[in-house]
Design a protein around this ligand. Structure first.
Ligand code: KG4
Ligand code: ZN
Length: 353
C-alpha cells in the first residue's frame, strides 16, 4: 500500500509518498528557516501563511517524484498534533480536501510518534542502519520536544513516556543560546561546528539536572547560566572564547541527554537506543552516545539526518499501520496543540508526585 504523508506542524512543509514497509518513494520538504531567521525563532502567523503557499507545490512534487498519481494511493496520513494550531490546520485541511476528492481513507498522526518511528524509513539512495527490533528506547530531541520513550510497537498504546523536559527542549536551548551570543537561527548546527574546536572544560557552566534516578530534563537553567556568563564577561569576541563557550554548553546538553537515555535503556532492559529529532544530527551526541552505548552493551541506532528532522515520510509511515487496519478519520479529524501520548512529566516548577 502507498501512503501520501503530509506534515505542517511547525516550520517545514512536507509531503512524501511511502510504502507501508517504510520504503520512501519521495520526500519533499520546503523549509521556512529563511522566513523565521530574522526573528530568531518560529513566528506562528508567518508559518501558517507559508504553509498555505507551499502545501500544494510540495504535494504535486512528491507525487511527481514518486511517479504516482492520487489514484495509486491507498490512503493519506497527516500530522494533526502536537504543533502550532494555524500551521496544523493548513495540512489537515489540504489532506481532507485530497481525501474527499478521491474518496481515500485519511488518518491523523501524532508528530512525536512519527519521529519515534522514523528509524524504520528506508531511503533507496541512502544506506541506513538496520532497523531495531521492538522494544527499544527512543530519545526524541528536537526544537519543540525532548523526551525519552519506551516503544513496544507502532500503536499509541505501545509507546510510553519515561521522562521529558520540564521546560525548554534541547534544540530550543541550542537556538536560544545561539541567539544570545549572536550566532543566528537555527542554533544547533552552528554551535555544533564551533564546539568542535573548543575546550568544554574552559568555561564552568551548570549541569542541567544531571542527577541519577530522574529521567526528566531541564535546560532553562543552563541557558540562564550562559546569559549570566555573557552579562559578566561580555559577548565573546575572540574566536577561541566563543568556541569554548559553545563547547562547554554543548557538552552539558549532550552528556545529560546521553546519560539519561542510557539509564532509561538499561532500566527498561532493552538492547537498542534510537535517536530522533533534529538534535540527533549533533556530532558530539552521536559520538558520545555511541561510546556510552558500547560501554553498556547497547546498540545506538541513528537514522539518516533526513529522517531525523521534520519530514512527511515519517508521518506517512506512522499512519500506514492504521490505514492498513482499515481505519479512517476522514469525517472527524481535529487538530490539537498537545500530543496524544500520555505524559508523566509536568511542565514548569512546583511539587511533583
Ligand atoms: O526535528 P526538527 O527539525 O524540528 C522540530 O520538530 O523542532 O529540529 C530542529 C532543531 C532546532 O532546534 C535545531 O537547532 C536543532 O534541531 N539542530 C541541532 C543540530 N541540527 C539541528 N541541534 C544540535 N546540533 C545539531 N547539529
Ligand atoms: Zn519535529
Amino acid at each position: 500500500m502507498l501512503v501520501l504523508g503530509l506534515e505542517t506542524s511547525c516550520d517545514e512543509t512536507g509531503a512524501a509518498v511511502v510504502h507501508a514497509d517504510g520504503t520512501v518513494l519521495s520526500d519533499v520538504v520546503q523549509s521556512q528557516v529563511k522566513v523565521h531567521a530574522p526573528y530568531g525563532g518560529v513566528v506562528p502567523e508567518l508559518a501558517s501563511r507559508d504553509h498555505l503557499k507551499n502545501v500544494r507545490p510540495v504535494v504535486v512534487e512528491a507525487l511527481a517524484r514518486a511517479k504516482v498519481s492520487l489514484a495509486d494511493l491507498g490512503g493519506i496520513a497527516v500530522t494533526c498534533r502536537p504543533g502550532l494550531t494555524g500551521a496544523l490546520l493548513v495540512g489537515v485541511q489540504a489532506a481532507r480536501g485530497l481525501a474527499w476528492s478521491r474518496d481515500l481513507p485519511l488518518v491523523g498522526v501524532d508528530h512525536l510518534v512519527g519521529h519515534l518511528l522514523s528509524v524504520f524509513l528506508r531511503f533507496p539512495d541512502l544506506a541506513g542502519p538496520p532497523a531495531p527490533a521492538y522494544p527499544f528506547v527512543g530519545l526524541l530531541a528536537s526544537g519543540g520536544h525532548t523526551a525519552l520513550y519506551r516503544v513496544d510497537g507502532p500503536e499509541h498504546s505501545q509507546i510510553r513516556e519515561l521522562g521529558a523536559t520540564r521546560d525548554d527542549a534541547a534544540g530550543e536551548a541550542f537556538d536560544k543560546v545561539a541567539k544570545l551570543i549572536g550566532l543566528g537561527y537555527p542554533g544547533g548546527p552552528v554551535i555544533d561546528r564551533l564546539a568542535k574546536e573548543g575546550n568544554p572544560e574552559a568555561i564552568d557552566l551548570v549541569w542541567p539536572m544531571r542527577r541519577k534516578g530522574s529521567l526528566e530534563f531541564s535546560f532553562s537553567g543552563l541557558k540562564t547560566d550562559v546569559m549570566r556568563w555573557v552579562e559578566k564577561n561580555g559577548l565573546p569576541g575572540d574566536d577561541q572564547t566563543l568556541r569554548d563557550l559553545c563547547a562547554a554548553f554543548q557538552r552539558r546538553v549532550v552528556d545529560t541527554l546521553v546519560g539519561k537515555a542510557v539509564e532509561a535503556a538499561t532500566r527498561e532492559g532493552v538492547t537498542s537506543l534510537v535517536l530522533a529529532g533534529g538534535v540527533a544530527a549533533n556530532r558530539e551526541l552521536r559520538e558520545r552516545g555511541r561510546a556510552r552505548c558500547e560501554e553498556h552493551g547497547l546498540t545506538l541506532v541513528v537514522p539518516p539526518f533526513r529522517a531525523c528532522t521534520d519530514n512527511a515520510a515519517m508521518i506517512g509511515y506512522a499512519g500506514s499501520h492504521r490505514l492498513a487496519a482499515g481505519e479512517n478519520d476522514a469525517g472527524a479529524l481535529e487538530t490539537s496543540p498537545n500530543t496524544a501520548l500520555a505524559r508523566v512529566t509536568r511542565k514548569g516548577r512546583g511539587l511533583r508526585s
